[in-house]
Design a protein around this ligand. Structure first.
Ligand code: ZN
Length: 238
């Protein structure tokens, strides 16, 4: 079975459309959370994910839409984007967001979360100490996660922690933290939308990038009068 793995769409309709057009045929698509926040198209993005029936986890921005206490942790611009989003989503989409699960599994071998195995929604796996602590929680398993918007694989090899990334296919070997990157707001310095294909039977994970209509996404953010830096950072990929 082949799975499309997407995360951190962040209301970027143009990026989501490009990923869908680029994605080879798969049996199922899994979404690791943060469908909304930052971008200007929350409704179209939520509706597409729901219509496709993609199993979806809750991200911190999704949760902030339905829990005001969480919003207090957000910086001013991100909080403004959430308030703008909530004002547009409507009760039915908000209910869908509020019911998204925090974690899931595929068989015994794959753990699915937005943040990390230790802290399902909020922890960023960016540094070696955080990666090590979380690898110890998934011995023998692979964790697919998002949240950092930085694609890559954390794994150990001969006692060394490795963080690997390149567009292309990696063999999964077990005890790994694997991030497909962000569809709608990449932060690894490459502005193209990021996602992946997991081939369960072959045990491979393919990182893919696709250019999208960034001008359209930026225009939408600006005409919605969302904070301008959310438009600017689409070009820098930071
Ligand atoms: Zn995110």
């Amino acid at each position: 079975m082949r799975f499309g793995i997407v995360s951190d769409i962040h209301s970027n309709w143009q990026a989501l459309q490009a990923v869908l057009a680029d994605m080879p045929e798969v049996d199922e698509v899994i979404c690791l959370g943060d469908v909304v926040g930052y971008g200007a198209d929350p409704n179209r993005c939520v509706d597409l994910v729901r219509e496709k029936g993609w199993p979806t986890l809750v991200g911190n921005h999704d949760r902030a839409c339905t829990d005001v206490d969480i919003l207090e942790w957000f910086n001013e611009d991100a909080a403004r984007a959430i308030e703008w989003t909530v004002a547009r989503l409507g009760a039915d989409r908000l209910r869908w967001l509020s019911e998204l699960p925090e974690c899931d599994q595929i068989g015994d071998e794959i753990v699915l979360v937005h943040g990390s195995p230790r802290d399902h929604i909020y922890e960023y796996i960016l540094d070696a100490a955080t990666a090590e602590a979380n690898l110890s929680l998934v011995e023998g398993q692979v964790c697919f996660h998002g949240h950092t918007h930085v694609p890559g694989i954390f794994r150990r090899e001969s006692g060394q922690l490795l963080h690997e990334y390149q567009v292309g296919t990696f063999k999964l070997t077990g005890t790994e933290l694997v991030n497909p990157g962000s569809v709608g707001q990449p932060r690894d310095g490459i502005p193209d939308a990021s996602y992946a294909i997991w081939d369960r039977s072959a045990g491979t994970f393919e990182f893919r990038r696709v250019a999208y209509d960034r001008e359209g996404a930026k225009r939408a953010i600006r005409s919605a009068k969302l904070p301008d830096r959310f438009a600017e950072r689409l070009d820098s990929g930071r």
